[in-house]
Design a protein around this ligand. Structure first.
Ligand code: UDP
Length: 327
């Protein structure tokens, strides 16, 4: 029994791989290194460089390694980039995922966990938003992931492959033991950008939009520590192994912070007062998106260990310092 982790050289995938190693679970990584780093995957882990859309490669890999469970992270995941390159997002996130899902389900994979996103909701009418809300994505990124949820649901149903789609809210932080973290240099995500501003590797921080209908005018997001998110994947597999029905679950903490609150936290935790500029809105950004986590906590029996913004920021900062020292 082996778990295939696609995108295992990426930010979240690499944390998953360390989590599997910690638990002694056999794992094989498939990653095309488009945005991931070979160095993020320990040398002891079988690593295949290639694309999830390469059906022959995936089929051979599943057979060779006797894969019966897949955790599918590999994707493009930057909302503003998807606004500029929609075709690339549909190709990478939807078409290639379809190929993977098709091959996996025909090759005897029993369980499949898919990285979806809160971006499927767009700007939800309800906050916190529950999984029953009608998806109305505002970006090709969100649409590309929603389409894959539907493909997974339909293909898996006829082939008997049980699955969980996890809709990630805003993932941040790093492995508390600092074995891995977010290494993308040109990262666009808020906490990563802010800790780069702390270290001076980025020239301050732009706040994108101060006129949103939120308490302080900046966007509100639900930030979840990457290690807690990885924990939800373990819980999802346990749930499926125990006979749980295929489902879709939000992954967040159920509490929102504004961009200004995050900036304040980064300044407080670091003790550094970096420059902040007020800029215009960024296309594709919803005002507020916070998870209703009732189903996640109930169905998966999941409890977070790092539900604290300052802890998330501290771990992100510690990882950024490590990257800085390794330059
Ligand atoms: N944001 C910002 N400045 C930055 C990066 C992000 O003001 O340098 C804002 C962004 O507009 C959004 C929030 O922070 O309102 C979270 O953005 P991020 O890119 O981290 O995640 P997203 O919610 O887009 O997945």
């Amino acid at each position: 029994m082996t778990i295939l982790v696609t995108g295992g050289a990426g930010y979240i995938g690499s944390h998953m791989v360390f989590g599997l190693l910690d638990r002694g679970v056999p794992v094989v990584v498939l990653d095309n290194l488009a945005t991931g780093f070979r160095s993020a995957v320990p040398a002891s882990v079988p690593f295949v460089e290639g694309d999830v859309g390469d059906a022959d490669l995936v089929s051979r890999l599943i057979e060779t390694h006797k894969v019966d469970e897949v955790i599918h992270f590999a994707a493009s995941s930057v909302v503003p980039e998807s606004m500029e390159q929609p075709a690339a997002y549909y190709t990478n996130n939807t078409a290639r995922s379809l190929a993977l899902i098709d091959v996996a389900s025909r090759s005897g994979v029993r369980r499949f966990v898919f990285s979806s996103t809160a971006a499927v909701y767009g700007n939800p009418a309800q906050s916190p938003v529950a999984e029953t809300a009608l998806p109305q994505p505002m970006s090709p990124y969100g649409t590309s992931k929603w389409m894959t949820e539907l493909v997974l649901r339909d293909v898996a149903a006829v082939r008997g492959m049980h699955h969980v789609a996890l809709r990630y809210f805003n993932v941040a932080g790093a492995d508390p033991a600092l074995r891995c973290g977010q290494s993308t240099r040109a990262a666009t995500h808020l906490i990563k950008a802010a800790v780069q501003a702390v270290l001076g590797t980025r020239d301050g921080l732009d706040i994108y939009g101060t006129d949103y209908p939120t308490p302080d005018g900046t966007c509100v997001r639900d930030y979840i520590h990457v290690t807690d998110l990885v924990g939800a994947h373990f819980s999802a597999l346990e749930y499926l192994r125990g006979g749980g029905a295929s489902t879709t679950l939000n992954c967040g903490y159920g509490r929102g912070y504004s961009v200004r609150e995050v900036v304040d936290a980064v300044k407080r935790v670091s003790g550094v007062d970096f420059p902040v500029r007020l800029a215009g809105r960024r296309p594709g950004d919803p005002a507020t998106i916070v998870a209703d986590t009732a189903r996640l906590r109930r169905d998966l029996n999941w409890t977070p260990a790092y539900d604290d913004l300052d802890t998330i920021v501290a771990h992100a900062l510690a990882w950024e310092r490590r990257l800085f020292e390794m330059r």
